[in-house]
Write a protein that binds this ligand. Structure first.
Ligand code: DSN
Length: 444
């Protein structure tokens, strides 16, 4: 993007975008839920479609002038069903993002107080999968299933047993921090046995599913939610697929239940991303994500780091920092950030620490793979990350809660002068600068 008008009209915001562009170009974005959309997607999102109000659905809007908007939204729906091979399903492409989309499903299909079964949050579940701080946990009765205490993987027999015991209305699968593949067919079967609706949140893995390197929830799962900006490489938004029998309830829950005017410029961007996702190039891309993730995991393990489940089947992995010090995720995240490597601190199964001071690091290669990095670069990135982890994961968080924020602040203030970080950072910049970032056009 050239940003010529922005540069002239608002140098302040333009300058900050350029700083962020430089940060992204010189650093390694390894938060596994982040990714680069193509320039074509960004152009659709930045288009004049931004102007339109289109409350309602194609063919039945509450505003005039939506002839072409209807065509765009219908095309997006058609591409979504085709890309996911979701024959016999309906798709709503209006959800503004993943969290409101999940809430729309609960709103559509449940009454407050109804039971939903989902994965424990510190085992990989999402905020909207029943956190007591979230609308979901405050309004519905969540029963959580755990991962196996030893293997740290899903135990479908335990899910089956809990489902028979609690008779939930929805069984939710699909996770935000789970490094292994998911048997959607088995979970849908369990749901059927107890008369529950099966729901999958495939936000993280939807690109892998479209590209054929992860099992699909179609045609097994009743309701499927995905965000569109992670491995799918589209704009920040979401889509909701459902069986025809739930169509009216889901559509009404999204609009007028939870949202007003849909973001049609974003919907156009989703359509562009879906077209890209149906190409052979995208299949190669997601296959490379898996090769890169496996190589990165091996590289980290080769340096002596422990990964949750001892590896990965998908695009992400979790470093368990408990062998060093529980609660050190925040120190490692900050040290890596100073070295221009972006990851996020995360809880690990049965984490003794709270989510803001957790004992793990979540990372993965989707965005780096979009830049063209391959196994060799993953090997190198793994070694650089391990050097930082081994140095900073030892730092102990104060026991006293009120002293924690100050200790992190004090720690962060010293990072810029740390010689190890300086050394890693220069190698990171050298590595990253060789690979272009899709959608970034830095001035020379
Ligand atoms: N925040 C997203 C993630 O990082 O997984 C999920 O909402």
């Amino acid at each position: 993007m050239k940003y010529e008008a922005l540069k002239k009209e608002d140098p302040e915001i333009y300058g900050l975008i350029q700083k962020e562009a430089r940060r992204q170009k010189e650093g390694l974005e390894m938060i596994p839920s982040e990714n680069y959309a193509s320039s074509a997607v960004l152009e659709a999102m930045g288009s004049i479609l931004n102007v339109k109000y289109a409350e309602g659905y194609p063919g039945k809007r509450y505003y005039g002038g939506n002839i072409y908007i209807d065509e765009i939204e219908r095309l997006c729906q058609k591409r979504a069903l085709k890309a996911f091979g979701a024959e016999g399903y309906h798709v709503n492409v209006q959800p503004l993002s993943g969290s409101p989309a999940n809430l729309a499903v609960y709103f559509a299909l449940l009454t407050p107080g109804d039971t939903i079964m989902s994965l424990k949050l510190d085992h990989g579940g999402h905020l909207t999968h029943g956190s007591p701080t979230n609308f979901s946990g405050k309004n519905y009765n969540f029963v959580f299933y755990p991962v196996d205490p030893k293997l740290e993987t899903l135990d479908y027999d335990v899910i089956e047993k809990l489902a028979a015991e609690h008779k939930p209305k929805i069984i939710l699968s699909g996770y935000t921090a789970y490094p292994r593949s998911i048997d959607f067919e088995r979970i849908a079967k369990i749901a059927k046995q107890v008369g529950a609706i099966s729901m999958a949140d495939i936000s993280h893995i939807s690109g892998l599913i479209v590209g054929g390197v992860h099992s699909s929830p179609f045609p097994y799962t009743d309701v499927v939610m995905t965000t569109t900006h992670k491995t799918l490489r589209g704009p920040r938004a979401a889509m909701l697929f459902c069986r025809e029998e739930f169509k009216d309830q889901i559509d009404k829950a999204v609009f007028p239940g939870m949202q007003g005017g849909p973001h049609e410029h974003t919907i156009a961007g989703i359509a562009v991303a879906l077209r890209e996702a149906m190409t052979d190039g995208f299949k190669e891309y997601v296959a490379q994500i898996l090769k890169n993730a496996t190589t990165l995991a091996k590289s980290l393990q080769g340096q002596g780091l422990k990964l949750v489940t001892d590896g990965t089947d998908n695009h992400l992995m979790l470093i368990d920092l408990r062998p060093f010090a529980a609660g050190s995720g925040i120190f490692v995240e900050k040290a890596l950030e100073e070295a221009e490597i972006s990851v996020n601190k995360t809880t690990v199964p049965n984490d003794p620490m709270p989510p803001y001071y957790p004992s793990g690091i979540r990372l993965g290669p989707p965005a780096l793979t979009s830049r063209g990095m391959k196994e060799q670069e993953m090997e190198q990135a793994g070694k650089l990350i391990a050097r930082i982890v081994k140095e900073f994961a030892k730092i102990k968080l104060p026991e006293e809660k009120e002293k924690r924020a100050a200790s992190v602040k004090e720690f962060s203030a010293k990072l810029a002068d740390n010689s190890l970080i300086k050394e890693v950072k220069s190698q990171v910049i050298e590595l990253a600068s060789k690979f272009p970032v899709p959608g970034i056009d830095l001035p020379h």
